[in-house]
Design a protein around this ligand. Structure first.
Ligand SMILES: *Cc1c(COP(=O)(O)O)cnc(C)c1O
Length: 403
Protein backbone atom coordinates (compact mmCIF):
# COMPACT_ATOMS: atom_id res chain seq x y z
CA UNK A 1 0.00 0.00 0.00
CA UNK A 2 1.34 3.47 -0.90
CA UNK A 3 0.60 6.76 0.80
CA UNK A 4 -0.07 9.98 -1.09
CA UNK A 5 3.65 10.79 -0.73
CA UNK A 6 4.53 7.46 -2.37
CA UNK A 7 5.95 5.98 0.83
CA UNK A 8 5.01 2.42 1.64
CA UNK A 9 2.22 2.21 4.19
CA UNK A 10 1.23 -0.79 6.28
CA UNK A 11 -2.50 -0.88 7.06
CA UNK A 12 -3.26 -2.85 10.21
CA UNK A 13 -6.49 -1.20 11.33
CA UNK A 14 -8.95 -3.59 9.73
CA UNK A 15 -11.15 -3.73 12.82
CA UNK A 16 -11.93 -0.04 12.21
CA UNK A 17 -12.66 -0.57 8.55
CA UNK A 18 -11.35 -2.55 5.59
CA UNK A 19 -10.37 -1.70 2.05
CA UNK A 20 -13.09 -2.70 -0.40
CA UNK A 21 -12.38 -5.79 -2.47
CA UNK A 22 -12.36 -5.56 -6.26
CA UNK A 23 -15.20 -8.10 -6.25
CA UNK A 24 -17.34 -5.80 -4.12
CA UNK A 25 -16.52 -2.72 -6.21
CA UNK A 26 -17.35 -4.50 -9.46
CA UNK A 27 -20.60 -5.85 -8.03
CA UNK A 28 -21.67 -2.28 -7.23
CA UNK A 29 -20.72 -0.43 -10.42
CA UNK A 30 -23.62 -1.57 -12.66
CA UNK A 31 -26.11 -0.34 -10.04
CA UNK A 32 -24.60 3.13 -9.97
CA UNK A 33 -24.57 3.35 -13.72
CA UNK A 34 -27.05 1.46 -15.90
CA UNK A 35 -29.36 -0.16 -13.34
CA UNK A 36 -30.36 2.82 -11.24
CA UNK A 37 -34.10 2.22 -10.90
CA UNK A 38 -36.01 2.34 -7.64
CA UNK A 39 -37.01 -1.22 -6.66
CA UNK A 40 -40.48 0.06 -5.74
CA UNK A 41 -41.15 1.36 -9.28
CA UNK A 42 -43.35 -0.75 -11.51
CA UNK A 43 -41.49 -0.06 -14.79
CA UNK A 44 -38.82 -2.43 -16.04
CA UNK A 45 -35.95 -0.28 -14.75
CA UNK A 46 -37.41 -0.54 -11.27
CA UNK A 47 -38.04 -4.24 -11.68
CA UNK A 48 -34.43 -4.90 -12.61
CA UNK A 49 -33.36 -3.23 -9.37
CA UNK A 50 -36.01 -5.18 -7.49
CA UNK A 51 -34.72 -8.47 -8.91
CA UNK A 52 -31.20 -7.57 -7.85
CA UNK A 53 -32.44 -6.87 -4.33
CA UNK A 54 -34.24 -10.23 -4.12
CA UNK A 55 -31.13 -11.97 -5.42
CA UNK A 56 -28.81 -10.24 -2.93
CA UNK A 57 -31.07 -11.04 -0.02
CA UNK A 58 -31.12 -14.74 -0.98
CA UNK A 59 -27.34 -14.91 -1.31
CA UNK A 60 -26.80 -13.23 2.06
CA UNK A 61 -29.33 -15.54 3.70
CA UNK A 62 -27.43 -18.54 2.34
CA UNK A 63 -24.20 -17.26 3.97
CA UNK A 64 -25.94 -17.02 7.36
CA UNK A 65 -28.07 -20.17 7.18
CA UNK A 66 -31.38 -18.30 7.32
CA UNK A 67 -34.29 -17.36 5.04
CA UNK A 68 -34.24 -14.30 2.78
CA UNK A 69 -37.29 -12.83 4.54
CA UNK A 70 -35.38 -12.86 7.82
CA UNK A 71 -32.90 -10.28 6.46
CA UNK A 72 -33.45 -6.53 6.99
CA UNK A 73 -30.99 -4.09 5.44
CA UNK A 74 -29.84 -1.24 7.67
CA UNK A 75 -27.33 1.61 7.40
CA UNK A 76 -24.70 -0.51 9.17
CA UNK A 77 -23.83 -2.36 12.34
CA UNK A 78 -24.84 0.43 14.71
CA UNK A 79 -28.36 0.68 13.33
CA UNK A 80 -28.78 -3.11 13.32
CA UNK A 81 -27.70 -3.28 16.99
CA UNK A 82 -30.06 -0.43 17.91
CA UNK A 83 -33.01 -1.99 16.10
CA UNK A 84 -32.46 -5.48 17.49
CA UNK A 85 -32.29 -4.28 21.08
CA UNK A 86 -35.15 -1.79 20.86
CA UNK A 87 -37.36 -4.42 19.17
CA UNK A 88 -36.69 -7.01 21.88
CA UNK A 89 -37.32 -4.38 24.56
CA UNK A 90 -40.70 -3.40 23.04
CA UNK A 91 -41.73 -7.06 22.79
CA UNK A 92 -40.61 -7.64 26.37
CA UNK A 93 -42.38 -4.70 27.92
CA UNK A 94 -45.69 -5.81 26.38
CA UNK A 95 -45.37 -8.90 28.56
CA UNK A 96 -44.11 -6.98 31.58
CA UNK A 97 -40.55 -8.25 31.05
CA UNK A 98 -38.06 -5.44 31.44
CA UNK A 99 -34.73 -7.11 32.22
CA UNK A 100 -31.88 -7.31 29.69
CA UNK A 101 -28.55 -9.14 30.02
CA UNK A 102 -25.39 -8.05 28.20
CA UNK A 103 -21.68 -7.70 28.92
CA UNK A 104 -19.49 -4.85 30.09
CA UNK A 105 -17.37 -4.85 26.92
CA UNK A 106 -19.94 -4.55 24.14
CA UNK A 107 -19.66 -1.98 21.36
CA UNK A 108 -21.12 1.44 22.21
CA UNK A 109 -23.92 0.84 19.69
CA UNK A 110 -25.16 -1.77 22.17
CA UNK A 111 -24.15 -0.11 25.46
CA UNK A 112 -25.61 3.30 24.64
CA UNK A 113 -28.89 1.73 23.48
CA UNK A 114 -29.05 -0.16 26.78
CA UNK A 115 -28.38 3.06 28.72
CA UNK A 116 -31.32 4.69 26.96
CA UNK A 117 -33.58 1.78 27.88
CA UNK A 118 -32.35 1.96 31.46
CA UNK A 119 -33.64 5.54 31.65
CA UNK A 120 -37.02 4.16 30.52
CA UNK A 121 -37.06 1.81 33.46
CA UNK A 122 -35.41 -1.32 32.07
CA UNK A 123 -33.17 -3.27 34.40
CA UNK A 124 -29.81 -3.96 32.74
CA UNK A 125 -27.34 -6.63 33.90
CA UNK A 126 -23.85 -6.26 32.43
CA UNK A 127 -21.96 -9.49 32.99
CA UNK A 128 -18.37 -9.27 34.19
CA UNK A 129 -15.82 -10.27 31.61
CA UNK A 130 -13.02 -12.57 32.77
CA UNK A 131 -9.45 -11.27 32.50
CA UNK A 132 -8.97 -13.39 29.36
CA UNK A 133 -11.78 -11.44 27.65
CA UNK A 134 -14.36 -14.23 27.77
CA UNK A 135 -17.69 -14.85 29.43
CA UNK A 136 -19.35 -18.25 29.91
CA UNK A 137 -22.79 -19.60 29.08
CA UNK A 138 -23.09 -20.43 32.79
CA UNK A 139 -22.82 -16.72 33.68
CA UNK A 140 -25.68 -16.02 31.27
CA UNK A 141 -27.75 -18.89 32.66
CA UNK A 142 -27.28 -17.69 36.24
CA UNK A 143 -28.31 -14.14 35.32
CA UNK A 144 -31.55 -15.06 33.52
CA UNK A 145 -34.71 -14.24 35.49
CA UNK A 146 -38.40 -14.78 34.72
CA UNK A 147 -38.61 -11.14 33.56
CA UNK A 148 -35.58 -11.30 31.22
CA UNK A 149 -36.60 -10.34 27.67
CA UNK A 150 -33.21 -10.26 25.91
CA UNK A 151 -29.64 -11.49 26.10
CA UNK A 152 -27.24 -9.56 23.84
CA UNK A 153 -23.61 -10.72 23.70
CA UNK A 154 -21.14 -9.85 20.97
CA UNK A 155 -19.70 -12.71 18.89
CA UNK A 156 -16.15 -11.28 18.79
CA UNK A 157 -14.86 -8.17 20.51
CA UNK A 158 -13.73 -5.29 18.29
CA UNK A 159 -10.79 -4.29 20.49
CA UNK A 160 -9.30 -7.47 21.91
CA UNK A 161 -10.80 -9.93 19.42
CA UNK A 162 -11.97 -12.52 21.94
CA UNK A 163 -14.60 -14.95 20.65
CA UNK A 164 -17.53 -15.75 22.93
CA UNK A 165 -19.19 -19.19 23.15
CA UNK A 166 -22.13 -18.03 21.05
CA UNK A 167 -23.74 -21.41 20.31
CA UNK A 168 -23.71 -22.35 24.01
CA UNK A 169 -25.14 -18.99 25.09
CA UNK A 170 -27.79 -19.37 22.37
CA UNK A 171 -28.68 -22.84 23.66
CA UNK A 172 -29.15 -21.52 27.20
CA UNK A 173 -31.40 -18.70 25.92
CA UNK A 174 -33.44 -21.07 23.76
CA UNK A 175 -33.96 -23.41 26.69
CA UNK A 176 -35.10 -20.53 28.92
CA UNK A 177 -37.26 -18.95 26.22
CA UNK A 178 -35.29 -15.69 26.12
CA UNK A 179 -34.45 -13.85 22.86
CA UNK A 180 -30.75 -13.91 21.96
CA UNK A 181 -29.07 -11.20 19.88
CA UNK A 182 -25.41 -11.14 18.90
CA UNK A 183 -23.42 -8.23 17.52
CA UNK A 184 -21.49 -10.22 14.92
CA UNK A 185 -19.97 -7.18 13.19
CA UNK A 186 -16.39 -8.33 13.82
CA UNK A 187 -17.21 -11.99 13.19
CA UNK A 188 -19.12 -11.88 9.91
CA UNK A 189 -16.93 -12.92 7.02
CA UNK A 190 -14.14 -13.94 9.43
CA UNK A 191 -15.70 -16.68 11.58
CA UNK A 192 -18.31 -19.27 10.59
CA UNK A 193 -21.93 -18.23 11.16
CA UNK A 194 -24.95 -20.50 11.11
CA UNK A 195 -27.85 -18.86 12.93
CA UNK A 196 -29.76 -22.12 13.25
CA UNK A 197 -26.92 -24.27 14.59
CA UNK A 198 -25.80 -21.45 16.89
CA UNK A 199 -29.32 -20.78 18.26
CA UNK A 200 -29.19 -17.10 17.27
CA UNK A 201 -32.50 -15.17 17.17
CA UNK A 202 -31.07 -11.84 16.01
CA UNK A 203 -27.70 -10.90 14.54
CA UNK A 204 -26.05 -7.68 13.33
CA UNK A 205 -23.38 -7.36 10.66
CA UNK A 206 -21.76 -4.55 8.67
CA UNK A 207 -20.25 -4.75 5.18
CA UNK A 208 -17.27 -2.44 5.72
CA UNK A 209 -15.70 -4.86 8.21
CA UNK A 210 -15.32 -7.55 5.53
CA UNK A 211 -14.15 -5.60 2.47
CA UNK A 212 -17.60 -4.35 1.51
CA UNK A 213 -18.88 -0.75 1.34
CA UNK A 214 -19.54 1.52 4.32
CA UNK A 215 -23.04 2.51 5.34
CA UNK A 216 -24.75 -0.83 4.81
CA UNK A 217 -25.49 -3.63 7.24
CA UNK A 218 -27.89 -6.44 7.98
CA UNK A 219 -30.16 -7.25 10.86
CA UNK A 220 -31.13 -10.91 10.82
CA UNK A 221 -34.27 -11.56 12.88
CA UNK A 222 -35.73 -15.04 13.13
CA UNK A 223 -39.15 -15.46 11.55
CA UNK A 224 -41.89 -14.42 13.97
CA UNK A 225 -39.90 -11.72 15.76
CA UNK A 226 -41.72 -8.43 15.28
CA UNK A 227 -39.21 -5.65 14.62
CA UNK A 228 -39.80 -2.08 15.76
CA UNK A 229 -38.89 0.29 12.94
CA UNK A 230 -36.57 3.11 13.87
CA UNK A 231 -37.25 4.98 10.63
CA UNK A 232 -40.81 5.80 9.59
CA UNK A 233 -41.89 6.21 6.00
CA UNK A 234 -42.45 3.79 3.12
CA UNK A 235 -43.03 0.06 3.38
CA UNK A 236 -39.54 -1.03 2.31
CA UNK A 237 -37.95 -4.02 4.11
CA UNK A 238 -41.42 -5.47 4.83
CA UNK A 239 -42.23 -2.33 6.82
CA UNK A 240 -39.22 -2.79 9.09
CA UNK A 241 -37.17 0.08 7.72
CA UNK A 242 -38.39 2.92 5.53
CA UNK A 243 -36.29 4.50 2.79
CA UNK A 244 -35.32 3.64 -0.77
CA UNK A 245 -32.98 0.68 -0.67
CA UNK A 246 -29.28 1.37 -1.23
CA UNK A 247 -29.00 -1.13 -4.07
CA UNK A 248 -25.32 -0.53 -4.99
CA UNK A 249 -24.25 -0.98 -1.35
CA UNK A 250 -26.48 -4.03 -0.93
CA UNK A 251 -24.91 -5.64 -4.03
CA UNK A 252 -21.45 -4.83 -2.64
CA UNK A 253 -22.36 -6.34 0.73
CA UNK A 254 -23.66 -9.56 -0.86
CA UNK A 255 -20.56 -9.96 -3.05
CA UNK A 256 -18.13 -9.22 -0.20
CA UNK A 257 -19.87 -11.59 2.19
CA UNK A 258 -19.97 -14.42 -0.34
CA UNK A 259 -16.31 -13.91 -1.16
CA UNK A 260 -15.28 -13.81 2.50
CA UNK A 261 -17.33 -16.89 3.36
CA UNK A 262 -15.94 -18.86 0.41
CA UNK A 263 -12.37 -18.29 1.67
CA UNK A 264 -13.02 -18.25 5.40
CA UNK A 265 -10.78 -21.22 6.32
CA UNK A 266 -7.80 -20.35 4.15
CA UNK A 267 -7.95 -16.69 5.22
CA UNK A 268 -8.11 -17.70 8.87
CA UNK A 269 -5.12 -20.03 8.50
CA UNK A 270 -3.04 -17.32 6.89
CA UNK A 271 -4.09 -14.67 9.42
CA UNK A 272 -3.47 -16.89 12.44
CA UNK A 273 0.09 -17.50 11.22
CA UNK A 274 0.70 -13.75 10.86
CA UNK A 275 -1.08 -12.95 14.11
CA UNK A 276 0.91 -15.43 16.18
CA UNK A 277 4.17 -14.22 14.64
CA UNK A 278 3.25 -10.66 15.57
CA UNK A 279 2.25 -11.68 19.11
CA UNK A 280 5.53 -13.55 19.56
CA UNK A 281 7.52 -10.55 18.34
CA UNK A 282 5.77 -7.98 20.52
CA UNK A 283 5.91 -10.26 23.58
CA UNK A 284 9.69 -9.75 23.54
CA UNK A 285 9.15 -6.14 24.63
CA UNK A 286 9.71 -6.00 28.42
CA UNK A 287 6.72 -5.09 30.61
CA UNK A 288 4.21 -5.76 27.85
CA UNK A 289 1.05 -7.85 28.01
CA UNK A 290 -1.27 -9.35 25.42
CA UNK A 291 -4.91 -8.36 25.98
CA UNK A 292 -7.43 -11.16 25.50
CA UNK A 293 -7.05 -14.91 25.29
CA UNK A 294 -4.09 -15.96 23.11
CA UNK A 295 -6.06 -18.54 21.09
CA UNK A 296 -9.78 -17.78 21.40
CA UNK A 297 -9.44 -14.53 19.44
CA UNK A 298 -10.13 -13.30 15.92
CA UNK A 299 -7.58 -14.61 13.41
CA UNK A 300 -6.41 -11.05 12.65
CA UNK A 301 -6.51 -9.40 16.10
CA UNK A 302 -3.49 -8.40 18.19
CA UNK A 303 -3.86 -6.08 21.20
CA UNK A 304 -1.10 -5.20 23.67
CA UNK A 305 -0.54 -2.91 26.60
CA UNK A 306 2.94 -1.49 27.21
CA UNK A 307 3.72 -0.13 30.65
CA UNK A 308 4.88 3.49 30.86
CA UNK A 309 3.56 4.30 27.38
CA UNK A 310 0.81 6.62 26.24
CA UNK A 311 -1.21 5.05 23.44
CA UNK A 312 -1.74 8.22 21.40
CA UNK A 313 1.99 9.03 21.19
CA UNK A 314 2.68 5.46 20.16
CA UNK A 315 0.11 5.71 17.35
CA UNK A 316 1.42 9.02 16.04
CA UNK A 317 5.02 7.80 15.94
CA UNK A 318 3.96 4.56 14.25
CA UNK A 319 2.04 6.61 11.69
CA UNK A 320 5.28 8.51 10.98
CA UNK A 321 6.87 5.14 10.29
CA UNK A 322 4.08 4.28 7.85
CA UNK A 323 2.03 2.04 10.12
CA UNK A 324 -1.73 2.58 10.48
CA UNK A 325 -2.82 1.13 13.82
CA UNK A 326 -5.24 1.99 16.60
CA UNK A 327 -5.29 2.24 20.37
CA UNK A 328 -8.59 0.46 20.59
CA UNK A 329 -11.88 1.31 19.06
CA UNK A 330 -12.14 3.98 16.40
CA UNK A 331 -15.09 5.41 18.28
CA UNK A 332 -13.10 6.28 21.39
CA UNK A 333 -9.95 7.46 19.68
CA UNK A 334 -9.80 11.20 19.96
CA UNK A 335 -11.14 10.99 23.50
CA UNK A 336 -8.67 10.53 26.33
CA UNK A 337 -10.82 8.09 28.30
CA UNK A 338 -9.24 4.66 28.52
CA UNK A 339 -11.01 1.88 26.67
CA UNK A 340 -14.05 0.46 28.50
CA UNK A 341 -13.07 -2.93 27.08
CA UNK A 342 -9.63 -2.89 28.72
CA UNK A 343 -11.13 -1.66 31.99
CA UNK A 344 -13.70 -4.50 31.76
CA UNK A 345 -10.94 -7.11 31.63
CA UNK A 346 -9.33 -5.57 34.70
CA UNK A 347 -6.59 -3.37 33.28
CA UNK A 348 -6.00 -0.33 35.51
CA UNK A 349 -6.26 3.15 33.96
CA UNK A 350 -2.50 3.74 33.59
CA UNK A 351 -2.01 0.44 31.79
CA UNK A 352 -5.16 0.74 29.65
CA UNK A 353 -3.79 4.06 28.33
CA UNK A 354 -0.80 2.30 26.82
CA UNK A 355 -2.72 0.04 24.46
CA UNK A 356 -2.11 -0.81 20.83
CA UNK A 357 -4.50 -2.71 18.54
CA UNK A 358 -3.18 -4.15 15.29
CA UNK A 359 -5.91 -5.76 13.18
CA UNK A 360 -4.63 -7.65 10.15
CA UNK A 361 -6.12 -8.49 6.77
CA UNK A 362 -5.32 -11.20 4.25
CA UNK A 363 -3.29 -8.64 2.32
CA UNK A 364 -0.66 -8.26 5.04
CA UNK A 365 2.62 -10.14 4.59
CA UNK A 366 5.25 -11.80 6.81
CA UNK A 367 7.66 -9.05 5.83
CA UNK A 368 5.21 -6.41 7.06
CA UNK A 369 4.94 -8.24 10.38
CA UNK A 370 8.74 -8.06 10.76
CA UNK A 371 8.63 -4.33 9.98
CA UNK A 372 5.84 -3.74 12.51
CA UNK A 373 7.68 -5.59 15.29
CA UNK A 374 10.83 -3.62 14.60
CA UNK A 375 8.97 -0.28 14.53
CA UNK A 376 6.96 -0.92 17.70
CA UNK A 377 10.11 -1.97 19.56
CA UNK A 378 11.89 1.21 18.49
CA UNK A 379 8.98 3.51 19.31
CA UNK A 380 8.29 1.93 22.72
CA UNK A 381 11.98 2.21 23.62
CA UNK A 382 12.09 5.84 22.49
CA UNK A 383 8.95 6.85 24.39
CA UNK A 384 10.10 5.10 27.54
CA UNK A 385 13.41 6.88 27.22
CA UNK A 386 11.76 10.29 27.49
CA UNK A 387 9.10 9.31 30.06
CA UNK A 388 9.39 10.48 33.71
CA UNK A 389 7.04 7.66 34.74
CA UNK A 390 9.37 5.13 33.17
CA UNK A 391 12.33 6.64 35.04
CA UNK A 392 10.45 6.18 38.33
CA UNK A 393 9.64 2.58 37.45
CA UNK A 394 13.22 1.71 36.51
CA UNK A 395 14.68 3.44 39.59
CA UNK A 396 12.25 1.54 41.81
CA UNK A 397 10.42 4.67 42.98
CA UNK A 398 7.24 3.19 41.49
CA UNK A 399 6.38 -0.49 41.14
CA UNK A 400 5.81 -2.14 37.79
CA UNK A 401 2.24 -3.34 37.24
CA UNK A 402 3.11 -5.50 34.24
CA UNK A 403 5.94 -7.69 35.49
C1 LIG B 1 -17.80 -1.49 13.66
C2 LIG B 1 -18.65 -2.11 14.69
C3 LIG B 1 -19.98 -1.71 14.88
C4 LIG B 1 -20.58 -0.55 14.12
O1 LIG B 1 -20.78 -0.83 12.78
P1 LIG B 1 -21.01 0.39 11.74
O2 LIG B 1 -21.36 -0.28 10.47
O3 LIG B 1 -19.72 1.13 11.67
O4 LIG B 1 -22.14 1.18 12.29
C5 LIG B 1 -20.74 -2.36 15.83
N1 LIG B 1 -20.23 -3.37 16.55
C6 LIG B 1 -18.97 -3.80 16.39
C7 LIG B 1 -18.47 -4.95 17.19
C8 LIG B 1 -18.14 -3.18 15.46
O5 LIG B 1 -16.88 -3.59 15.32
Amino acid sequence: MNGSDGCRRIYVDNAATTKMSQTAIHAMLPYMDGIYGNPSSLHSEGQRASEALVNARERIARCLGCMAREITFTSGGSEADNQAIVSAARLGEKKGKKHIISTAFEHHAVLHTLEKLKKEGFDITLLDVHENGLITAKQVEDAIRPETCLVTVMYANNEIGTIQPIAEIGAVCRQKGVLFHTDAVQAAGHLPIDVQKQNIDMLSLSAHKFHGPKGIGVLYAKKGILLTNLIEGGAQERGNRAGTENIPAIMGLAAALEEACAHIDENAQKLIRLRDKLIAGLSEIPHSILNGDAKRRLPGNVNFCFEGIEGESLLLLLDDKGICASSGSACTSGSLDPSHVLLAIGRVHDIAHGSLRLSLSEENTEEEIDDIVKAVKEVVEYLRGISPIWRDLVSGKKEFIIK
